[in-house]
Ligand binder design. Structure first.
Ligand SMILES: *[C@@H]1O[C@H](CO)[C@@H](O)[C@H](O)[C@H]1NC(C)=O
Ligand SMILES: *[C@@H]1O[C@H](CO)[C@@H](O)[C@H](O)[C@H]1NC(C)=O
Ligand SMILES: *[C@@H]1O[C@H](CO)[C@@H](O)[C@H](O)[C@H]1NC(C)=O
Ligand SMILES: *[C@@H]1O[C@H](CO)[C@@H](O)[C@H](O)[C@H]1NC(C)=O
Ligand SMILES: *[C@@H]1O[C@H](CO)[C@@H](O)[C@H](O)[C@H]1NC(C)=O
Ligand SMILES: *[C@@H]1O[C@H](CO)[C@@H](O)[C@H](O)[C@H]1NC(C)=O
Ligand SMILES: *[C@@H]1O[C@H](CO)[C@@H](O)[C@H](O)[C@H]1NC(C)=O
Length: 465
C-alpha cells in the first residue's frame, strides 16, 4: 500500500483509504489463457469504468487507418487469436448507447467494485474512472474522475507526472497464436533470472538553468543501467553505449518505463545477445524553460485543458546540448563518441530525433524515428544539405510507424525525402500499430534487433544476418 502517493497527487485525487488491486491469473482456457481481476473499493461511487489507457480490441480485417469510428471494437471476452488493441481518441468512438465500453466494474453490497476479463499478451495502462459515463472523456486529470490504483503506483519522479498504472499479461501460444499476425509481446515481460539479467531504472534530477519542473532550475530524466553496469569492477572503466529515448507530445521522461516497459525490453535485448549492455536515458522535453511565455507554462501530465505547445525541436536540442548531454556523459560510465551513441523518440520525439539527425549529426551514429509526427515540418533536408554535411549518409537509421498510425502519410513523406537523397534506413511498419504504446514497444524492440550498434551506414544488407 502506498496511499501517500494517491493522497498527494496534485491535490485532486484525494482518495482516503483507497484500496485497489489487479491480479493476473493463468487459466489454461479460452479465450486467451489468462484472466485479469480488478478490484477497487468505493462505497459512494455510482458507476466505475476502467480507462486511463486500456483499449477495446479489434482485428486487421476490421481496422483501417482512416475511419476509426467505423472500426470493429470488441470486448476482450470475445477475443480471437490475432486481435489487438488500437487507441481510439474520444471524438472517434461512438458514445453509449451506440457503443458499450467493455471495461465496466460491478459493485458488491460492501462497496467493492470488481471486473474480471480475459486479456491477451501485452502491456495495459489503466485508471479507475469514477461516475463516468463515457470512458475516453474521463481519462484526463481535469475531469476529477480519475483514480490511480494506489497499490500499483506508476513509475514516475514526482506524483502527478503519470496518471495511469500498468501491468503486463504473458503470451499463451495455445490460445493466442494466430496464423495472421504475431501478437506476442513477451519481449517486454520481466527478464528471467533477475540477479543476472535485470537492470535498474530510476529517475534523476539534474541542474538545468531555467527549468520549471520538477523544481526551478532542476530538470529530470529516467535512466536505465543494464545489469552488468552495477557489477562492473571498480577501476575498470568500461564505457557503455548510450541511447537517448524521447517521449512524445503530452508526455514526459517516465513514459517509456511506465507505459512502455523500456527496461524490460532492454533487459531482453541484452540477455539474448541482440545488443551489448546499453545505458538508456529518457529525457523530458517540456518545462525546460519559460520560452513559450505562457502565464502557466507548466505542463501537467494528462491534463487535456493544459494545451501547452510542444517546444520547437531546435530549442530542445540546444537545451539538451547545453545541460542534459554533458550531465549524463560526465556522471555515468557511458561512451564518449558518436559510434556508441544513439538518439530515438516517438511521435514528436521522432521529430526531435530528425532534428538531432540534421543538426547534431556528428553527436550520434544511430537514429530511431518511431511514428515521427513530421507533418508540421516545413520541409526535409535537400541535396545541398547532404553535400554540405556528407556524414548524413553514414548513419544507422530506422523509420517506423504503425499500419493504422495517423502519422503514416507524414512518415512516408520523410522516407521519400531520404530515398531521394539516397540515405538508407531500416523500415518497420508495425502490423497491429496505431499511434500507441504497443507500436512503440515493437519499434524499440526492432530498433535493437536490426539497427542499434550494428554496422553503419544502414544498407540493403543491414539486419539480414
Ligand atoms: C469514491 O467515489 C467518489 C465519488 O462518488 C469520489 O469522490 C471519491 O474520491 C472516491 N473514493 C475513493 C476512495 O476512491
Ligand atoms: C466528450 O468530449 C467531447 C469534447 O469535449 C465532447 O464534444 C463530447 O460530447 C463528449 N462526449 C460525451 C459522450 O460525453
Ligand atoms: C526531484 O526533485 C523533485 C522536486 O524537488 C522531488 O520531488 C523529487 O523527489 C526529486 N527526484 C529525485 C529522484 O531526486
Ligand atoms: C513565464 O513568462 C511569462 C511572460 O514573460 C510570465 O508572465 C510568467 O509569469 C512566467 N511564468 C513562470 C512560471 O515563470
Ligand atoms: C488543467 O489545466 C488547466 C489550464 O492550465 C488548469 O486551469 C487546471 O487547474 C488544470 N487541472 C488540473 C487538475 O491540474
Ligand atoms: C568510441 O568509444 C568506444 C567506447 O569508449 C571505444 O571502444 C571506441 O574505440 C571509440 N571509437 C572511436 C572511433 O573513437
Ligand atoms: C539544421 O539543419 C538544417 C538542414 O541542414 C538547416 O537548414 C538548418 O539551418 C539547421 N539549423 C540550425 C539551427 O543549425
Amino acid at each position: 500500500m502506498l496511499p501517500s502517493i494517491a493522497l498527494t497527487l496534485l491535490g485532486l485525487l484525494v482518495i482516503p483509504n483507497a484500496s485497489a488491486k489487479v491480479t493476473i491469473r493463468k487459466t489454461g482456457r479460452a479465450p486467451t489463457g489468462y484472466e485479469v481481476d480488478f478490484e477497487y473499493t468505493n462505497t459512494t461511487a455510482r458507476r466505475v469504468l476502467i480507462g486511463g489507457g486500456i483499449q477495446p480490441f479489434t482485428d486487421q480485417f476490421h481496422t483501417t487507418g482512416t475511419s476509426f469510428r467505423l472500426n470493429g471494437r470488441y470486448d476482450p471476452h470475445d477475443y480471437q487469436p490475432g486481435d489487438f488493441y488500437v487507441s481510439n481518441p474520444s471524438p472517434q468512438l461512438p458514445a453509449e448507447p451506440a457503443y458499450k465500453w467493455p471495461y465496466e466494474m460491478k459493485k458488491s453490497d460492501k462497496g467493492v467494485w470488481t471486473y474480471t476479463t480475459p486479456l491477451p499478451s501485452g502491456i495495459y495502462s489503466f485508471a479507475y474512472l469514477v461516475n463516468c459515463d463515457y470512458a475516453p472523456n474521463c481519462s484526463s486529470v481535469d475531469t476529477g474522475q480519475l483514480v490511480i490504483d494506489p497499490d500499483l503506483p506508476p513509475f514516475m519522479n514526482v506524483p502527478g507526472d503519470q496518471v495511469a498504472s500498468s501491468f503486463q499479461v504473458p503470451f499463451d501460444a495455445q490460445f493466442q497464436a494466430s496464423p495472421e499476425l504475431n501478437t506476442n509481446f513477451d519481449y517486454a515481460l520481466d527478464a528471467p533470472d533477475p540477479g543476472k539479467n535485470r537492470g535498474t531504472v530510476r529517475t534523476v534530477n539534474y541542474t538545468s538553468p531555467g527549468s520549471l519542473h520538477p523544481a526551478p532550475d532542476v530538470h529530470d530524466f529516467a535512466i536505465y543501467l543494464p545489469a552488468e553496469y552495477s557489477r562492473r569492477e571498480p577501476g575498470v572503466k568500461r564505457k557503455y553505449p548510450l541511447l537517448y529515448l524521447s517521449h512524445g507530445a503530452g508526455g514526459n521522461g517516465a513514459d517509456w518505463e511506465n507505459l512502455g516497459r523500456m527496461s524490460h525490453i532492454m533487459d531482453n535485448l541484452i540477455r539474448l545477445g541482440l545488443i551489448p549492455p546499453t545505458v538508456v536515458v529518457t529525457p523530458s522535453f517540456y518545462n525546460l524553460d519559460n520560452s513559450s511565455g505562457l502565464a502557466e507554462p507548466l505542463f501537467i501530465y494528462g491534463n487535456k485543458s493544459n494545451n501547452v505547445p510542444v517546444p520547437p525541436a531546435a530549442h530542445v536540442r540546444e537545451n539538451f546540448e547545453k545541460y542534459l548531454f554533458p550531465y549524463v556523459e560526465s556522471n555515468y560510465d557511458v561512451c564518449q563518441n558518436s559510434s556508441c551513441r544513439a538518439f530515438a523518440g516517438l511521435s514528436m520525439g521522432g521529430v526531435l530525433t530528425y532534428e538531432m539527425f540534421v543538426n547534431a549529426t556528428d553527436k550520434f551514429d544511430y537514429f530511431g524515428m518511431f511514428s515521427p509526427a513530421t507533418s508540421g515540418l516545413s520541409g526535409y533536408i535537400a541535396a545541398s544539405d547532404v553535400a554540405a554535411n556528407p556524414s548524413l549518409l553514414r548513419k544507422g537509421i530506422m523509420i517506423a510507424y504503425g499500419l493504422y498510425d495517423f502519422v503514416l502519410p507524414a512518415a512516408r513523406d520523410l522516407q521519400t525525402a531520404l530515398d531521394g537523397l539516397e540515405i538508407r534506413y531500416i523500415n518497420r511498419v508495425t502490423p497491429f500499430g496505431s499511434h500507441y504504446w504497443n507500436t512503440w514497444q515493437d519499434e524499440l524492440w526492432w530498433f535493437g534487433v536490426k539497427v542499434l550498434w550494428k554496422e553503419v551506414p544502414t544498407g540493403v544488407r543491414t539486419g539480414r544476418n
